[in-house]
Design a protein around this ligand. Structure first.
Ligand SMILES: [Zn+2]
Length: 298
């Protein structure tokens, strides 16, 4: 699932490649992804892309006063296309959910005799059978319910506010870090990485962390996310996924050696996902039992 660093990188990519271009039209290949109807998607046609940003794990494309907001969910992705065929996609086929066609920027055609540049744009795709990718066209990002509910952003919260929000959570820290209404931007992968860097068990109760653990966790969160953003920004949007994987110490590395201490990375699996941790670094050498997860996932 794309998390804060990948969404930040996609926003940076769109600021560089999409801003200044004019929307030709949008194609909806999977109608369930469109969560709003007013304004209609056709309201975008002819408007210029003016910016791109991020709210937690939501991507926001600003189009001359309108906001095309996307939540990629677990299996969604954005793929930039330097050339886009004008032919409409066939609905219901393959992973394509949504496509935005963009005309070349105004400056692209300095030479009137040059052949016209093809339209570019991007596809929103979603792999797998669970279709949860969501697209909203709104006048204000706060019209998106998931954005209204977000807690403070993980990259912007300060240490005091972070400590205060943990103090109020009598739940396992793994779940607290990934609850978007508590703290926005972190998902399954980076929470594993942050807890490993801070040497804290994923099952530690948030409110019972010591002051020094909270400081360590805050520092690990900032360092992990800052590193990941730096690695991700500048990568072609299409290669971000593999870039994310290469920077991970424990997440998705079950059975491999911990890069810090050499112990074997362990896994706790639950219904539809899993977490990874290093026993030596995080739990005093103790293996965590799967059954404890029932309290985490409810
Ligand atoms: Zn270790």
């Amino acid at each position: 699932m794309p998390e804060l660093p990948e969404i930040e990188a996609l926003a940076a990519f769109l600021r560089e490649h999409a801003v200044g271009r004019t929307v030709i039209r949008s194609d909806v290949a999977a109608f369930s992804v469109i969560k709003t109807f007013d304004p209609p998607l056709t309201a975008l046609n002819g408007l210029t892309v003016t910016g791109a940003g991020r709210y937690g794990k939501f991507l926001d494309l600003e189009v001359d006063g309108l906001h095309l907001v996307t939540h990629l969910s677990r299996a969604g992705w954005l793929q930039w296309r330097d050339k886009l065929s004008p032919a409409p996609p066939k609905p219901g086929r393959g992973p394509l959910a949504f496509r935005l066609h963009l005309a070349p920027g105004i400056d692209a055609d300095d030479d009137a005799d040059a052949p016209e540049e093809p339209p570019a744009g991007f596809d929103l795709t979603e792999a797998g059978t669970q279709k949860r990718l969501a697209v909203y066209l709104v006048r204000d990002p706060l019209e998106v319910p998931g954005i209204t509910r977000l807690g403070p952003d993980a990259m912007r919260v300060d240490l005091d506010a972070f400590a205060a929000l943990l103090a109020g959570e009598r739940a396992q820290i793994k779940g607290v870090l990934t609850t978007q209404s508590v703290l926005a931007g972190i998902g399954n992968a980076y929470s594993d990485e942050i807890l490993h860097a801070a040497k804290i068990s994923p099952f530690a109760i948030a409110a019972r962390l010591t002051e020094s653990q909270v400081s360590a966790l805050y520092a690990a969160m900032r360092a992990t996310l800052t590193d990941a953003v730096a690695r991700s920004v500048g990568q072609r949007a299409a290669t971000l996924k593999s870039e994310k994987r290469s920077g991970l110490a424990v997440h998705a590395r079950t059975g491999l050696p911990c890069p810090v201490c050499g112990d074997t990375v362990r896994e706790v699996s639950f219904a539809d996902k899993s977490l990874q941790y290093c026993p030596t670094c995080q739990t005093g050498g103790k293996n965590l039992a799967d059954r404890r997860l029932s309290r985490l996932v409810k």
